[in-house]
Design a protein around this ligand. Structure first.
Ligand code: OAD
Length: 223
């Protein structure tokens, strides 16, 4: 399962490129780049604190729940571009976060020092055990995607690929679909879905994830 912002839309979290997308009030460069962090860390922390408050106030929706339910019958691996924790809160166990996690912080100097954030806020002055400032555990534009190789390996060995609620505009995440075995069934569930160049055996479901996924789950369980 390759998921994007669209799967959390029915939980009330805004997508990035929708009409009322998140970035309208903030330019990406101002909040989601290493440069932003170095020039205005207060703004960056405040932006992600707002996202965390929204996430903690949101609930998993029928799409997240359907994927979690499917674990009872199938070996479900989720690769998500989302930084929210709604897959985990729905009960999904195998979740790889390509772009990091809102619920975690990490040392700005020692990348391996990663911590859970209790509550909503990460503030200036919150430090790692070595005394360095903590930053959001998010992959910003211009940064490497450390889990990309792991994600590629998972996609290469899957029997079914579902692409859910993503515009496939952001690389390298979008390139993951190209690594799926040619002959396996693939589904693209997104009201704005269209053909993906070079991808065979693709079924397009132009529906909301909260409608399409519970129905697909029932279908798979019967087959
Ligand atoms: P986008 O905002 O680019 O795309 C969201 C997709 O969700 C669109 O294709 C919508 O049509 C679709 N959508 C909206 N409502 C839906 C629903 N109820 N059910 C299913 N689909 C729905 O978000 P992403 O593709 O996830 O990166 O964006 C990828 C990355 O760009 C994000 O991870 C983030 C952003 O910049 C970083 O922060 C590094």
């Amino acid at each position: 399962m390759l998921t994007g912002a669209g799967i959390s839309e029915e939980s009330g979290l805004k997508t990035f490129r929708g009409g009322d997308g998140l970035w309208e009030n903030h330019r990406i460069e101002d909040v989601a780049t290493p440069h932003a962090w170095h020039t205005n860390p207060e703004l960056v922390l405040s932006f992600y604190n707002q996202r965390r408050i929204q996430m903690n106030g949101a609930q998993p929706n029928p799409a997240h729940l359907a994927l979690a339910e499917m674990q009872k019958t199938f070996d479900v691996q989720i690769i998500t571009q989302n930084v929210d924790n709604l897959h985990e809160r729905a009960g999904s166990k195998k979740v790889l976060h390509l772009h990091g996690e809102l619920a975690k912080s990490r040392s700005e100097t020692i990348e391996q020092l990663i911590y859970d954030i209790e509550g909503d806020y990460l503030n200036i002055g919150d430090k790692c055990e070595k005394g360095y400032q903590l930053r959001p555990h998010i992959v910003w534009f211009g940064e490497m995607v450390p889990k990309m190789d792991e994600a590629i390996a998972l996609v290469k060995q899957t029997d079914i690929l579902m692409i859910i609620g993503t515009s496939l505009q952001v690389y390298p995440a979008a390139s993951l679909v190209q690594f799926a075995p040619v002959n396996i069934p693939k589904y693209y569930i997104d009201p704005e879905a269209s053909q993906i160049f070079g991808i065979e055996n693709l079924t397009i479901l132009k529906q909301k994830a909260g409608i399409a996924l519970p129905a697909l789950k029932n279908r798979f369980e019967k087959s």
